[in-house]
Design a protein around this ligand. Sequence first.
Ligand code: DGT
Ligand code: CA
Ligand code: ZN
Length: 580
Amino acid sequence: MMELHMTNQELADVFDRIANLMKIQGEMVFKIRAYERAAETLRALGEEASAIAARGELTSVPGIGKAIAEKIEELLQTGRLGFLERLEEEVPPSLLELLKVPGVGPKKVALFWKECNILTLDDLKKAAEEGRLRSLPGMGEKSEASILAGIASLAQRSRRMTLGRAWEAAQRWLGWLRSQAGVERAEPAGSLRRWKETIGDLDLVIAHRDPVALMQAFTSHPEVARTLGQGENKSSIELRDGARIQLWAQPPESFGALWQYATGSKDHNVRLRELAQKKGLSLSERGLLDEAGNLRRIADEADLYAALGLEWIPPELREDRGEIEAAARHALPRLVTLEDIRADLHCHTTWSDGVSTIEEMARAAIQHGYHVLAITDHSSYMGIVGGMKPEDLPRQKAEIAAVQQKLGDQILLLQGAEVDIRSDGIMDYPDEVLASLDLVIASLHTSLRQPREQITARLLNAIRNPHVDIIAHPTGRLLPDRSGADLDWQAVFAALQENGTALEINASPSRLDADDAHTRYAASLGIPIVINTDAHAPGGLHEMRFGVAVARRAWLEAPQVINTWETHRLLDWLKQRGKR
Ligand code: DGT
Ligand code: CA
Ligand code: ZN
């Protein structure tokens, strides 16, 4: 049978859909959780699920049981899922739209549906305008007004992709391009190559001598929903999921000029063009043109920078934030790389909301070549399924010790915790419990909309607690659309500096928090930076590359990032903070 191409992302979307419909239906939490885990697992998987299915090995993936594996196979073989179709007969799928309204959860959706026969966003808007929601249980005039405001905010949502989604799509498309006849080289460009935190459209560049037929194959690829433009050297498509890809082509002799041009940023390119003009040259995607009209084609990007008197500039720095001046002085930073990372100090296991055991996570970390892994499950406050009570910690400690024994010196495991900063600013574990851990991460998960003064005070409380070592994802934002806490950054930086507390770059593409600008400033004050994945499954450890990208965009060198340090230095740092 012909297999349809469904990406991991598309499969994950199906399981999220099932989970959301079941929530509206009022299904049991543990049943829903199985589908959410399947979606998380698929998103974090390094390899295409279709390839794993072809080997018959789906059930050996942690987080995918027999029932889920069967559903994935049905989807891959038929493009449909009988289970989902039956569920959609019971719960109208148009209700899923309502879940997107900020502040509206599945219980509310079920209430609106059953009590007022509200099926669509339009129905909801109309009912709120007519004042028909305020008399429902748990509702009032205020919540009715906030629903209207929420619906209005939906209209302003961006079309930008997360970096993770864009990166995964780019890997697949580059693989496809490299398999096509005549393609001598295929590379990412645009904001993706600069690793910007969100991506508008994907820019891909190829070296090709006669790309006409290839452009045709590109715009008629089965994943394409519509063609936005097709030319000899440039074409643009929109995929079924709404993502857009722009493909640029030049012959190999001009590849360097093309790659530089299509990488941008626009501001960076404007500056380069000015430099070229001063030398009587003009810059294009083919090369450098002199005043007599002679074109010097450029195959290698570094030659273009050299021709303008500059050191080659890493794409992450190409934002006109001082990189051109630094490159002219040959004073660019030696940016931290993924290979420099020796530890991941934030991950979750089945002790809280993770998918995998301590041993599975530890083995995955060894695969990444790490020397240290901190197990940092959630405290119980935020109502996360299985958040850890203080009395669970000794048993977890024993399990960590047992796994440590088994793995020997392949990796050092630390027992940490990700402890909530409650909405009143109190840490979710008492001090004596914090003191018993190897590492303490503090984070905000709730009441992120508190006024600046209040939420900053909460964070400062955590930073000033001598047991807290790392502040994780400081704003709590969710990309691409949920903005984070409104912090008084000057106060936060001052407190981090004073207490020597580390600031996390959370590598998850939906967070990338702290961002590049705040990280750059924090590091300039000497605040230690840590890049963590916050993985909830072994596949999540792969997201480290996105965190490293933020660090590089922040101009960081390896010594500024504590999880690049030799183990003894990291342990000394913890010790001096009263740990280990
Ligand atoms: P995005 O797609 O919004 O995430 O951001 P970019 O940076 O990928 O921007 P995009 O897709 O509009 O353009 C891709 C590249 O093309 C950009 O990085 C630099 C180049 N480019 C676009 N517009 C201009 C322009 O007006 N002048 C110059 N020199 N280059 C441009
Ligand atoms: Ca772009
Ligand atoms: Zn976490």
